[in-house]
Every structure is written in C-alpha cells, then in structure tokens.
Design a protein around this ligand. Structure first.
Ligand SMILES: NC(=O)c1ccc[n+]([C@@H]2O[C@H](COP(=O)([O-])OP(=O)(O)OC[C@H]3O[C@@H](n4cnc5c(N)ncnc54)[C@H](OP(=O)(O)O)[C@@H]3O)[C@@H](O)[C@H]2O)c1
Length: 258
C-alpha cells in the first residue's frame, strides 16, 4: 500500500508553519507559484505580510503565532477553517537550533528546543488530525533533520528534538496509512539559511533553500514518506547509522571537525 501524493498544488489549501524565513519561506513561494492557497504562520508578522504579497489576499492568509502556544495555533486553525472550509496540507517547518555541547549544556535551552521542535509539531498535528481522520484525506509534512538520525556533535538538545520528530512521523505513518492520510517526514542536510549562517565550520553538501523547497514539493507530490536530501549527504548519514557504534563514533570523530 502506498500513500497518496498531490498531483497538482493548484488551489490546494496549505498551512506553512515557519514561513517567515529559510526553507519555509522558499516552500511558501513555491506553493504560491504553483497556484496553491497558503496560510503563512510564524512569529514575525511583518515578514509574513511581505511574503504574502506574492500571492495576494485571494491566495494567502497571514496567521502569526508562536508554536509553543497552543491557543495561538487553535485560533489560526479556526481562521483557516472559516476562510477555506478545510486544509489539504500541513507543512510544519518551524524550528530552532542552539549549538550545545556537554561543556555548555543548558537545561533551559534544551527545554525551549524540545518545546518548539518536538512539542510544536505535536500541537499542530493534534489540531488537524481529527478533521483529516474524519474525511480520510489530507497530508501532514514535518521537517525534522538528518541530525535526528543519530548523535552528532553540538546537537545535545537539537538532536534529541529531531530524533523525536523522526519517531513521531514513523508512528504517525503507521497509524495514518490505512486511514488515507499521508505523512511526509522531511530530513534535510545542510541548507543555507539564517539558522546555519551562525555555523563556524564548512558545511558539507550545502544546498540553497530553493533547492530544499524543490525536493520537498517533489517528495510531497509523489507521496513519499521519507523525503531526505541532498542524497549524497543524507544517504551517507543513513549508512553511518546502521554501523556498529564503535565504527560509527570513530568515523564521526575522524571526519566531523567541529
Ligand atoms: N538549514 C539547515 O541546514 C537545516 C537542516 C536540517 C533541518 N533544518 C530544519 O529546517 C527547519 C527550517 O529551518 P531554516 O534553516 O529554514 O531556519 P530559519 O530560517 O531560522 O527558519 C526557522 C523558522 O522557524 C520559525 N520559528 C522558530 N521558532 C518559532 C516559534 N516558536 N513559533 C513559530 N515559528 C517559529 C521562524 O519564524 P519566526 O522567527 O518568525 O517565528 C522561521 O520561520 C527547522 O525545523 C530546522 O531545524 C534546517
């Protein structure tokens, strides 16, 4: 059994959470270009409003919110229901990254990271699930990261948050496939955005946000569950995670100089 894709994004009702910059912004532009109706969410209202001008009021809704606040998500979803009468695709892109190692571990940062990156998608998915289950249609796409595959340096909070996203998507897929609701787990490698601009090391196989958006739209369109890119990097990390731990850690120490 294969899950459904989306033949054409024209007039699809899409909610992008984390639309104000980077990968989310690039996906939003691509969806608008493809003729979709897009609801744009994140905290920075001005950036969302500027981006919405690409589609105009007929095709876009600006719904500012913080993913750590359930009430704000509830209100936004209600606005979408009132404006469009339903939702075809939830794309949860929003995420935060603070480099953390054992010598600067900070519980407060870890809690905020898990709250935004793991509990955020859970809050949003919890909202849209009842309607999608009732209609046996719809798509849930969540951006995780290859950093969730297995432990990597400087990711003492980010890594666990993304590992949680991967497990959440896998478990959702298991439950939703027989129900006709598609799940798309998105695991990018390095993408040049505001988030990675802070990195002080050379990022292997770095791609642009537009390239990432192209991969994401193509993966959703063809109904893929496991959307990962660029393959030359994500495929290598997939291989590393099946190695025995001594070999895995040896390779990471040898090649990851951060
Ligand atoms: N860039 C990479 O190399 C890379 C690699 C793997 C995975 N990822 C993942 O890709 C996603 C997008 O990252 P990006 O690189 O495009 O970074 P980015 O440009 O910093 O974008 C992050 C987005 O998340 C939103 N956001 C953050 N905290 C939020 C909150 N509490 N409530 C609502 N929105 C919030 C931001 O909007 P506001 O500030 O307006 O709220 C922004 O739209 C993240 O989940 C990231 O972990 C990125």
């Amino acid at each position: 059994m294969k899950q459904k894709g989306i033949n054409s994004f024209a007039n699809q009702r899409i909610w992008v959470i984390g639309a104000s910059s980077g990968i989310g912004e690039a996906c939003t532009k691509a969806f608008i270009k493809a003729g979709a109706k897009v609801a744009l969410s994140s905290r920075r209202t001005e950036r969302l409003s500027t981006l919405a001008q690409f589609g105009g009021p007929e095709k876009t809704l600006v719904l500012p919110l913080d993913v750590t606040q359930q009430e704000q998500l509830n209100c936004a979803y209600q606005d979408i229901q009132e404006a469009w009468g339903g939702l075809d695709l939830l794309l949860f892109v929003s995420g935060v990254y603070t480099p953390l190692r054992a010598d600067n571990f900070n519980f407060d940062i870890a809690q905020k990271t898990i709250d935004a990156n793991l509990l955020g998608p859970m809050r949003a998915v919890g909202l849209v699930l009842p309607d999608m289950l009732k209609s046996h249609t719809g798509h849930i796409a969540i951006v995780g990261s290859v950093a969730g595959y297995s432990g990597l340096p400087k990711a003492l909070a980010y890594g666990p948050s993304k590992a949680g996203v991967i497990n959440f998507c896998e478990t959702l897929y298991y439950d939703l496939l027989p129900q006709g609701v598609s799940v798309h787990m998105i695991s990018p490698g390095f993408v040049a955005t505001e988030a990675t601009a802070q990195n002080d090391f050379e990022m292997p196989a770095l791609i642009t946000a537009d390239e990432a958006a192209k991969e994401i739209l193509a993966g959703i369109q063809s109904g893929e569950f496991d959307i990962h890119f660029p393959k030359r990097f994500s495929g290598f990390l997939k291989f590393l995670r099946i190695l025995p731990y001594p070999l895995y850690f040896w390779i990471v120490r040898r090649f990851v100089k951060i």
